[in-house]
Ligand binder design. Structure first.
Ligand code: RIB
Length: 305
């Protein structure tokens, strides 16, 4: 039987506009293109992992509305298990308003989490059995924190390895770090978590040491075009990125995390897993969109070769 990845996190409908730059506060700017489609960090990571080769179950919550229906249809198409997609009758499916600068490929995102901020203890009780039988759990910080804490705790107590992608970053309590096996902040998130600047490699190392000393045995700080810095008891180095022409960096971190999970499930070491994930992230930025831009296994293997 293939290894089981459970993703606990957000599904949002992404409403995305592209324009010549990101508008300033109070400014109205004529853009060039509008797209919409499935997003949310958790869901994007599920799609990236599924396309890269894992058997994926998603735990999330949607509203009883057309965006929720679109999501379920999308999961059917992608063959992602949706038995633990809970439906909220009081709150709508979350949405993300995304602006992309078509010159730099950078973005700004505002999220209205809707149902994803209403994952209840009853939902978590139902989801427990799925987390317990997984080989790996990956989660982020885009759904309500008490539910996220519960998911991590259930995994940890049942010897299921945990990847935490701490996005969007908030200060975390010490007891969470002890339950995490892999943490994957970007530079900004690492600064928020640790209080250390991440402007130089020396400072990035300090931030990574802070996380390592809190009890996270594998620290991975993503550095955008520069690649990723990895730190565990075997590695302390940068794994370089693949050079590609970026058109949209939205979701690149999600591509990285989903692919990292697949590589770890396949038994790759941290360096090999980071390289595999770098390839997935690089391919994702060559396409517009979030979930739809995730790469397939064949493409990742080709880029690595
Ligand atoms: O990481 C990109 C994602 O962040 C988008 O899909 C958006 O939904 C927000 O959650």
């Amino acid at each position: 039987m293939s290894k089981q990845l459970t993703v606990f996190g957000s599904f949002f409908e992404d409403l995305c506009g592209r324009g010549p730059y990101l508008p300033k506060p109070g400014e109205t700017l004529i853009g060039s293109k509008f797209t919409y489609g499935p997003g949310g960090k958790g869901s994007n990571q599920a799609v990236a992992a599924k396309r890269a080769g894992a058997d994926v179950t998603m735990i999330t919550k949607i509203g009883k509305d057309p965006y929720g229906d679109l999501m379920l249809a999308f999961y059917k198409e992608e063959k992602i298990h949706s038995d633990y997609v809970f439906v909220d009758h009081d709150n709508p499916t979350g949405i993300a308003l995304i602006l992309v600068d078509e010159n730099t490929a950078e973005n700004a995102i505002l999220v209205a989490p809707g149902a994803c901020h209403n994952i209840t203890p009853e939902d978590m009780e139902k989801a427990k059995e799925q987390i317990m039988k997984s080989d790996l759990l990956i989660t982020q910080l885009e759904v309500n924190m008490d539910a996220t804490f519960q998911a991590i705790k259930t995994a940890h107590e049942n010897n299921v390895k945990v990847i935490l992608n701490p996005a969007p970053a908030v200060k975390l309590s010490n007891d969470i770090y002890k339950m995490i096996d892999y943490i994957t902040p970007n530079e900004t998130e690492a600064e928020i978590l640790t209080g250390h600047k991440t402007d130089t490699i020396t400072n990035i190392r300090k931030a990574a040491s802070w996380l390592y000393d809190k009890g996270v045995s594998n620290v991975i700080i993503t550095l955008g075009k520069e690649g990723v810095y990895i730190r565990n008891n075997e590695f302390d180095e940068i794994v370089p990125s693949f050079k590609v022409k970026a058109v949209d960096t939205t979701g690149a971190g999600d591509a990285f995390n989903g692919c990292l999970a697949v590589a770890l499930l396949e038994g790759k070491n941290l360096w090999q897993a980071a390289r595999f994930a770098n390839a997935g992230a690089a391919l994702s930025v060559t396409k517009i969109g979030t979930a739809p831009s995730m790469a397939y296994r064949r493409q990742i293997d080709e880029l690595i070769e």
